[in-house]
Write a protein that binds this ligand. Structure first.
Ligand SMILES: Nc1ncnc2c1ncn2[C@@H]1O[C@H](COP(=O)(O)OP(=O)(O)O)[C@@H](O)[C@H]1O
Ligand SMILES: [Mg+2]
Length: 249
């Protein structure tokens, strides 16, 4: 579904991504671990095509189409959605209006605002004066309206309280899984693929994950099973990751 080849990205005249190769298949959830400043958010921005970062080499393909030079709206229309780590305030644009646009006429997400505990927020400017948890819930309401085929989740659980994590986890689950496929006797199948950045791994309790990568200094250094890598990072830190050390030698 997503295929990144030898991606080099510059921001502020500095090379941030130094040759990323990454594939995410249909219905797959891949996790990106890595210390602060390793380039994780820059990679997601490059896939979504927003911000000031510039691709200097390599390609990003989505569903077989080269999207490297497409605009953000073109990528969104193809089915890519994103929950940003720190989304901007959008002064003058009401949350209800952006959700309506994202829903392309389908107002079911608007009607479900209460389920995201966003009653009374639809008339407010997007993110202006929102708390950390409210921003995350508003991002998820917009994504739910958009119905993407592939989602980028940048630290969805960061800075939110335990109760909010539960709500966010449930809504991210609903976004990725086909509700019709859930139920007795049916295999629970994801119908939306995702690339998820997490430091704590908490979100994985709700969505599960198929593969994980560790990023450092603009490169993917190793891959493995998500829970194995998380355990390794918790026990030994990034510097001591056994697999990374092997790659470096
Ligand atoms: N527009 C920019 N100008 C200069 N440096 C940037 C810009 N965007 C990101 N960087 C730098 O790129 C590095 C990686 O940032 P980021 O992708 O946010 O890391 P992560 O998400 O892994 O914490 C950081 O050192 C950051 O300061
Ligand atoms: Mg980041």
């Amino acid at each position: 579904m997503l295929e990144i080849k030898d991606l080099h990205v510059e921001a502020g005249e500095k090379e941030i991504l130094k040759g990323i190769n990454l594939t995410v298949k249909e219905g797959e959830t891949c996790v990106l671990f890595g210390p602060n400043g390793s380039g994780k958010s820059t990679l997601l921005a490059a896939i979504m095509g927003y911000g000031t970062c510039k691709v200097t080499k390599g390609t990003i393909a989505f569903k077989g189409q080269d999207i490297t030079n497409m605009t953000v709206d073109q990528r969104a229309k193809l089915g890519i959605g994103m929950m940003m780590q720190r989304p901007p305030n959008v002064v003058g644009v009401k949350l209800g209006d952006i959700v309506k646009v994202a829903g392309k006429g389908d107002d079911s997400a608007i009607k479900n605002a209460a389920k995201f505990k966003l009653n009374g927020f639809l008339e407010r400017d997007v993110n202006v004066g929102f708390s950390g948890g409210e921003i995350k819930r508003s991002e998820l309401l917009q994504l739910t309206a958009q119905k993407p085929e592939f989602v980028l989740l940048d630290e969805p659980e960061s800075g939110v309280d335990l109760e909010t994590i539960d709500l966010i986890g449930a809504k991210v689950h609903d976004l990725l899984y086909d509700p019709k496929a859930c139920g007795v006797g049916n295999a629970v199948k994801r119908h939306v693929a995702s690339l998820v950045i997490t430091h704590t791994g908490q979100i994985l309790d709700y969505i599960g994950a198929d593969c994980a990568y560790i990023m450092r200094d603009g490169l993917i250094l190793c891959s493995g099973r998500p829970m194995d890598l998380l355990k390794d990072i918790r026990e030994k830190g990034y510097g001591e990751c056994v697999k990374c050390r092997m790659v470096k030698m």
